[in-house]
Ligand binder design. Structure first.
Ligand SMILES: [Zn+2]
Ligand SMILES: [Zn+2]
Length: 285
């Protein structure tokens, strides 16, 4: 008998939310994002063609919500061609096993993220001592043990193409996790950035709750390689995106996006890197 997929043993519902929770916005005709508690999922595809892909898989326990969001936009019993993961943190794979079972579709992630998705390796423990507020303090309850998607997850093609997203290519943007990827489309410079940078100050519970728009580096308590994280932001800024959907916070566009990204690159060590914490390298200050 084929072995079952399983979540990590520390998998659980996380009781936190934001004012954005339950809200969705069509950012472009074929780019829709929706906030599940504190994290965003994206549906890529035009509702007229009914062909679409889901990027990231929400919080633990959110499968029914994600299925109804997809059906509302693409029609009853519609299902995506695939799920693309920016990375494997619990808030991006929270509903994934339920979704795979319901839709019977493949999942793609970067090769370096595979150990965390196939039961081989836990993420490093979140750092509750990192400079930051309540979300960092809550972080010890976040699941870090690997889920095991077995044969349902495949590595993204090494040529940069994204299965079922013909106009996009993936960009390796490590730092937050080793196999973190962002997705970019040249024709309109649309960027799906995952947690490579975010548009809310994730370590402030107040700002998470209110979703006050403010560019930031990756969420601090889970980021372990700040040098790589900085290089990833430099890489994304160089693409000059005109619209960005991030893993947390509201989408950002136009001048606000370009100016904020420029500022993030120039002042990364000050804005993004915490002043103290166990994953902070002293050389960065
Ligand atoms: Zn993350
Ligand atoms: Zn996240």
């Amino acid at each position: 008998m084929e072995k079952e997929m399983n979540y990590g043993s520390d998998y659980k519902y996380i009781p936190t939310t934001s004012v954005g929770s339950g809200m969705g916005i069509q950012v472009l005709p074929d780019l829709y994002y929706h906030t599940i508690q504190i994290v965003n999922i994206s549906l890529i595809g035009n509702p007229e063609t009914q062909e679409f892909v889901l990027v990231d898989a929400g919080m633990p326990g959110s499968a029914d919500t994600i299925i109804s969001i997809a059906e509302e936009r693409f029609g009853k019993n519609s299902r995506p061609k695939a799920i693309i993961l920016t990375h494997g943190h619990f808030d991006h794979v929270g509903a994934i096993i339920d979704l795979i079972k319901h839709w019977q579709i493949p999942v793609y992630a970067h090769e370096l993220e595979m150990p965390f998705l196939t039961g081989k390796k836990s993420y490093p423990k979140p750092d509750p001592t990192v400079e930051g507020g309540m979300v960092a303090k809550m972080s010890p309850m976040f699941p870090i043990e690997p889920i095991n998607l077995r044969d349902s997850v495949e590595a993204l093609p090494s040529d940069g193409t994204v299965p079922h997203m013909p106009e996009f290519h993936w960009i390796h943007t490590p730092g937050h996790t080793p196999g973190h990827v962002s997705l970019f489309r040249d024709k309109d410079r649309a960027l799906i950035a995952g947690d490579a940078f975010i548009t809310v100050k994730q370590d402030s519970l107040y700002k998470v709750l209110t979703q006050q728009q403010e560019i930031n580096g990756p969420p601090r308590y889970l980021t372990t390689d700040w040098k790589a994280a900085k290089e990833s932001v430099i890489k994304l800024e160089a693409l000059k995106p005109t619209v960005a959907v991030t893993g947390h916070g509201l989408p950002m566009t136009g001048h606000l996006l370009s100016e904020s990204l420029e500022k993030l690159v120039q002042e990364f060590d000050h804005i993004a890197v915490p002043d103290y914490g166990k994953y902070v390298d002293d050389n960065l200050h």
